[in-house]
Design a protein around this ligand. Sequence first.
Ligand code: PEP
Ligand code: MG
Length: 755
Amino acid sequence: MIEILRKIVQQVNAAEGLAEALEIIVASVRESMGTEVCSVYMRDLETGGLVLRATRGLNQAQVGIASLAPGEGLVGLVAEREEPVNLEDAESHPSFQYLPDLGEEKFHSFLGVPIIHQREMLGVLVVQQVERRRFDESEEAFLVTMSAQLAGVIAHARVTGAVVKGESSGEGASARVSGIPGAPGIAIGTAVVVSPSADLYTVPKRRAENRRRELRAFREALDCVRADIQTVADNLGSELNPEDHALFDVYLGILDDSTIGAEVAGLIKAGEWAQGALSQVMIEHIRHFERMEHSYLKERAVDVRDLGTRVLAYLQESTVESRSYPANTILVAEELTATSLGEVPRHQLAGLISVRGSGNSHVAILARAMGVPTVMGAVDLPYTRLRDHELIIDGYTGTVHLNPSAELRQRFQQALDQDLALSRDLESLRDQPCETLDGHRMTLWVNTGLMADVTRSLEQGAEGVGLYRTEVPFLLRDRFPSEEEQRQIYRNQLEAFAPRSVTMRTLDIGGDKALPYFPIQEDNPFLGWRGIRVTLDHPEIFLAQVRAMLKANEGLGNLRIMLPMICNTAELEAALALIRRSHREILQEGLTGELPPIGVMVEVPAAVFQARALARRVDFLSVGSNDLTQYLLAVDRNNARVAGLYHSLHPAVIQALESVARACRAEGKPVSICGELAGDPEGAVLLLAMGYDVLSMNSTSLPRVKKALRSIHLREAQALLAEVLLLEDVSAVQQHMQLFLAEHGLGQFIHNPLD
Ligand code: PEP
Ligand code: MG
């Protein structure tokens, strides 16, 4: 069964649009279940009715015509109940609705299952038979499994269909894809699709601008790969026995195979660009080998893929130079990386869309720092086909609009203009203190990582740095930076802000932050080797980093050191001992300077419960609410599927935050927060009321938070907190907070979807 399922899903995945996908589904389900009828009814987005969209066994002429209102007929019943209906004799059921011309009179048994994607009812999948019998348990289970697997593919095909229609008619149908808010703001622009270096499966389709040039590039790339393989073979000549050596002959044989080369050349001559032609032909051949029964031949698929990727790498190298970006570039990729952000000149970059990842992925954090509207986790986006399409990004709600209508475009343009007006208004706050109406002063710091953050932060009136993510400069290199390189990087940060404090966090890798040159492969990386766990296991990395920080601090004295992912006092004691040792060492080397203040990040539930014990041992605590929320709610911060459950205002999170603040007060230690919640006006109001001393956020959020806190009284926020602490569910908290903002003239910080 798994094999059948896999095959059908694969075929449906390759379909160009919804109609083709549904055709494949009805044909293959009917065949694999041996039924006489298989049909799909899809919910009409406007009327909510269920329209027959594909069938095998019923009257084909009724496709697109036969329709049932919501709740009407057996199909309507399946949709309404959102569960299977399995009947021996359909006509005798009270919900049965006779549709003339459909030709279903002779079919008695009926099994219908709903197609549901991300809680949305997309349609109903039905099988029917002449014989009066109830479908047995295994058949029902098969259809339910099939429908659950196909739901995502159907949702995807719906959007692809809109794009493909646009490609053939020149006028794309509008479509909307939901993702996760990555960075706030609206962008209207043109899609530029970036594929990772050499991935055959993500090459966009594109017409060749100059066929002869593409053909030449392909032939040159082939020659380069041939030469590479020959060199490898020659180099290994004496170390390999003759059997192993034969592998290279096989490789070269595949490349020399006239069919593959001729097929690629044929496609290029027909107008496809070299990369597209190569990927199509290679994928076809890979599939062909994968389908082979014989394991030796199956293995050839791996070789073909490898060779195809090598050729592609050469082709891509030759095209990297020539990539040009339109004025309002919206960068689209399967998985955007920190480096892809740097590829487009900032003034041409309007927005970012990543099919994978979520609002707390590092690229999203960077995008917020740079103020680039971003949507993450747009899993249903047929991104490889979007080149040059007009897109709108709503970074507030995490929505992408393809080929928007003129009316929708105008609405978004207005919202964009309003946003610009608001930020001009906020600029005037730059030199004003962050003080509530009743005179309570709140310290606003920023989170940094790039040097770009520094300038921006100072422009926005930052009073210090609450989190400098040291892994960012590590991420942008191809090896660990040396102690001296680190010292210079840290010195730049410290100097730029002096005499204001700069809180440097020791290397926090693992989880979603992998260094390209230090890969960590784990089944469960967020519960694995990350943060302080890695650096305590590698004291040489930790010591070099701390020494670099201490040296950079010489003569400035504005450094604070912060430790990520602390789960117990033993880890803290061990890290403290290493920091003290580094300090002693640099003093012995003749440098001067006090031991800087040291703090602990509270980002795992254990640290919340041990906040007093931790606070007692250090100078400050700082809550990392991004991770804390993830661990408290058991919701992966980068998994688009569960992003809807990632609530920073969940009552459990609010109580945890409040309890950390209380613990610090009891120990007489300052407490700050450096997760994204600090930059959210709603979160900031609650944190003020809890008694947080410092809110550290990305610089884009700073003026908004300042405006929000300057518009309220501390005692009002405290009264609000007392009420919120009694609430038991997220939506009640959200409503309460929105009402509070609206009542205080802060309605502009509540973002309502525009569609
Ligand atoms: C956090 O977890 O809230 C935090 C600030 O750290 P990071 O987002 O870098 O994991
Ligand atoms: Mg963290």
